[in-house]
Each structure stands twice: as structure tokens, then as C-alpha cells.
Design a protein around this ligand. Structure first.
Ligand code: S3P
Length: 433
């Protein structure tokens, strides 16, 4: 599907992005191996949700959708009947994680500890993404697992195994890697420690702790001891990463005021707010609240005089999914922005450094590709053109936001990629103008 986006004279409205993908995935997975039953409301939508639900159901998981939630009163929820830590069953077929790296890496943490055979695979993009990073520690724990190209690529094949705890120095600050190790650690027979090079999103640790796991954080070290979990209702906040598109569009547009309701503001996710604040963004936060250990708030973003900044070092994991859209903010800001230490962007759903530079430069931005980031000369006047999404949801949505700011019309190819995390993105966009 090719999608056209024309310049908006004014951007105004109220948006509620879908439920947070990272929190929804953890709520489904951890409640599946917990004791009891729980309701998860405002569950994320899109293809990545289907991937996680299918994998858990393939393992015997019972996740029933209700059209209204008797616990939270929300429009929809999933009732998850816990199977206990040792209640999963051998899947009868290959588990399909689709486009979802989180599904593949977190579910692999489960599969490593099971006394049965299982295979997990995904789409073309996911089968190109690095998996050795999870297989190395899972093997050190005692898992018998293999994959294509010497255990670096999916499909991944698990033969089951008894796991021992390890202390593992993570080579990358990846929440998916950390979570895979911690999930496996729940079923190990001694404590497991993941040592992070920098803080990455901590939803797994928070949720495990709230569900009664024996888990402790000491600076960059997270230690989990073999634990059973108690089911927990979760009202998922709206996706911080989904909100980021509207935040940047409102700040970068000369005539805008957009309110985004119920957005997750977990400090390991709000790098986008810190960076935008540094750039001089006009964003207010109201109505801060907490549920199941996670904070949320309403955000009001308005036209801003943005200025360039440096985005590098320890903040990168907290802003990793938002860097493409921040490159748009930097393109229209005054001065230069440099993004460094973000080589991880090259192994996301697409090479997001190359895809962002190609797309925004097509519209008239002045971005130079660096090995581990971008150097962006601000002050560009963007004009509509044809751009490619590379089949990547975040690139498609970034290009749409650029299209609102650019003159004329911007056409985005494979625009249906947005369905991976934000199926009503295009309808929402139409309501703001
Ligand atoms: C995620 C972690 C991030 C992020 C991804 C979701 C998660 O990846 O890019 O979209 O839910 O754990 P890494 O932290 O593994 O780089």
C-alpha cells in the first residue's frame, strides 16, 4: 500500500496511542507462567501482538479476549489463565514470531528451560536479525539450542535442558537480551545475574518483582533467583514509542497543539522527552498516575523553536526506537544534531540508520550517515517526495510525520508496515488535521 501525506496547515487534536508493546508482551508472557489468573487491558494491537499471542497459545497458553474488561472497565482485555512455571506444553508446530524481535527473544528465554523440543522462527526481517546474543548466555546456562549460521540466526531449535544460573556480562544494552536471560533464570536451579553495560528498559524486572519473583537490582546488575510468579492484573499504559511520533510532529510543525493521553513514562523509556526538552520542545506533562509498577501521564505538545543537540552514550537505550523520528526533529531544528553510539539501529526491523537517512534526505534533509548514528544539519525546508519505508513500521510512521511538515505531498511505500505496532495510525493522523 502506498500512502500519501500532504502538508498540514494546522495539527490539532487528542490522541491515545495503542497499549505499550513491551509491557503488553511481558504481561502476556509472565501471566502465562504465573499461578492464578489475571486480566490485561489496553493490550497492544497490531501484528506483533498476534505474534506473541500465537507463540504463547502454541505452548498451551490460555489467553482469552473479552470485549469489555470486568476488572478495569476497559473496552477490551485478555484474561490469562496461568499455567504455572512448569505448565507449558510441547508445541505441535513451529512457533511464528512474525516481525517481532521481542517475541522471539523473550519466548526463547522460556523455551530454553522446557523439557521438550521446540522451534521458533519469524518473517524475512526477523530471520536476518542477530540471535547469537541470546543463544550464547542461554547455552552457558545449559540450554541445548541451535540456529542457522552457527547459531546466529532463526529458525532457532530448542531441545530442552536443565538450566543453571550464571552471571553474564551483556555485550549490548538490550532489554530483549536481558529479559531473555531473566525469564530463563526463573526456571534455573541457582541465581542468575545479567550485568548491563547501560540501563535498558526495565519492564521485565518491574513486572517480575510486582508478581512476587525474587529479583534484585544493584546498579547495572539484575539478579533473579528461581521463583514462582503470582498472576497480576495489568492496565497497560499507551505506548511511549507510539506517542513519540505525535510529539515530534507537534513540536516540529509551526502551527500545532496535540494532546496525547495515558502515555507510559517509565524513566527507561522517556529518553525522547529528555532529548526533546534539551532541544527546547514545548511539552507539558499532566495527570501523572501509576499502575502495576508503571507510571503514565498525559502529554501536551505544541509548536516549538527546536535547536540541535547531541544524542549519545547512556541515553541511547532509552531512546533507541525514537531515533528515526528524532532525526526528523533535528532536520528542522536550528544547528547541528549528532547521534552516536546507536549502531543497534542497524539491526532493528530494517537498517534504521540507512533507512532514515535515505528517506529524510529525499525530502530535503541534510543528514550524513555515521557508522553508529547520524550527523544532521538543521534548518532544512522539507518538500514532499516519494520515500521508502523498507517495510519497517517506525520508518513508515517517521516518514508520515515528515510529510505533515514538508510542503506538497509525500508518498510512502509499504505503508501497511505501520500495522505491526499501530494499526489505526493512518486514521489517527487524519483526525489531527
Ligand atoms: C524492546 C526492546 C528494545 C526495542 C524494542 C522492544 C523490548 O530492543 O528496540 O522495540 O520490548 O524489550 P533492545 O533493547 O533489545 O535493543
Amino acid at each position: 500500500m502506498r500512502q500519501g501525506v500532504t502538508h498540514a496547515m494546522r495539527l490539532e487534536g487528542v490522541v491515545s496511542p495503542p497499549g505499550d508493546k513491551s509491557i503488553s508482551h511481558r504481561a502476556a508472557l509472565l501471566n502465562t507462567i504465573a499461578d492464578g489468573s489475571a486480566h490485561v487491558s489496553n493490550f497492544c494491537v497490531g501484528d506483533d501482538r498476534s505474534a506473541m499471542l500465537q507463540c504463547l497459545r502454541g505452548l498451551g497458553g490460555q489467553l482469552r479476549r473479552h470485549e469489555s474488561c470486568s476488572v478495569s472497565g476497559a473496552d477490551e482485555c485478555f484474561e490469562v489463565t496461568g499455567l504455572g512455571i512448569d505448565g507449558l506444553q510441547e508445541p505441535g508446530d513451529v512457533l511464528d514470531a512474525g516481525n517481532s524481535g521481542t517475541t522471539m527473544r523473550l519466548v526463547s528465554g522460556l523455551l530454553a528451560a522446557q523439557p521438550f523440543f521446540s522451534v521458533i522462527s519469524g518473517d524475512g526481517s526477523l530471520r536476518r536479525r542477530p540471535m547469537a546474543r541470546i543463544l550464547t548466555p542461554l547455552r552457558m546456562m545449559g540450554a541445548t539450542v541451535s540456529g542457522r549460521q552457527n547459531g546466529s540466526l532463526a529458525p532457532l531449535v530448542f531441545q530442552g535442558g536443565e538450566l543453571n544460573g550464571i552471571e553474564y556480562d551483556m555485550p549490548v544494552a538490550s532489554a530483549q537480551l536481558k529479559s531473555s536471560i531473566l525469564i530463563a533464570g526463573l526456571s534455573a536451579n541457582s541465581p542468575t545475574t545479567a550485568v548491563q553495560p547501560a540501563a535498558s528498559r526495565d519492564h521485565t524486572e518491574r513486572m517480575m518483582a510486582a508478581m512476587g519473583a525474587d529479583i534484585a537490582l544493584d546498579d547495572m546488575r539484575v539478579t533473579v533467583r528461581p521463583s514462582r510468579l503470582t498472576s497480576m492484573n495489568v492496565a497497560v499504559p499507551c505506548d511511549t514509542s507510539g506517542a513519540a511520533f505525535w510529539l515530534v510532529a507537534a513540536c516540529a510543525h509551526p502551527n500545532a497543539s496535540v494532546r496525547i493521553n495515558g502515555v507510559g513514562i517509565n524513566p527507561t523509556r522517556t529518553g525522547v522527552l529528555m532529548v526533546l526538552e534539551q532541544m527546547g520542545a514545548n511539552i507539558r506533562m499532566v495527570n501523572v498516575r501509576e499502575d502495576a509498577g508503571e507510571l503514565s501521564a498525559d502529554l501536551i505538545a505544541e509548536s516549538s523553536d527546536l535547536r540541535g543537540t547531541e544524542i549519545a552514550g547512556d541515553i541511547i537505550p532509552a531512546v533507541i526506537d525514537e531515533l528515526p523520528v528524532l532525526a526528523l526533529a533535528a532536520s528542522v531544528a536550528s544547528g547541528t544534531t549528532v547521534i552516536r553510539d546507536a549502531a543497534e539501529l542497524r539491526v532493528k526491523e530494517s537498517d534504521r540508520i540507512a533507512a532514515t537517512v535515505e528517506g529524510l534526505n529525499n525530502l530535503g534533509a541534510r543528514i550524513e550517515e555515521l557508522d553508529d548514528g547520524m550527523s544532521i544539519k538543521g534548518g532544512a525546508s522539507l518538500s514532499g517526495a516519494e520515500v521508502r519505508s523498507h517495510g519497517d513500521h517506525r520508518i513508515a510512521m517517521t516518514m508520515a510525520m515528515a510529510g505533515l511538515v514538508a510542503t506538497g505531498e509525500t508518498t510512502i511505500d509499504q505503508a501497511e508496515a505501520a500495522d505491526v505496532s499501530y494499526p489505526d495510525f493512518w486514521e489517527t493522523l487524519a483526525t489531527l488535521r
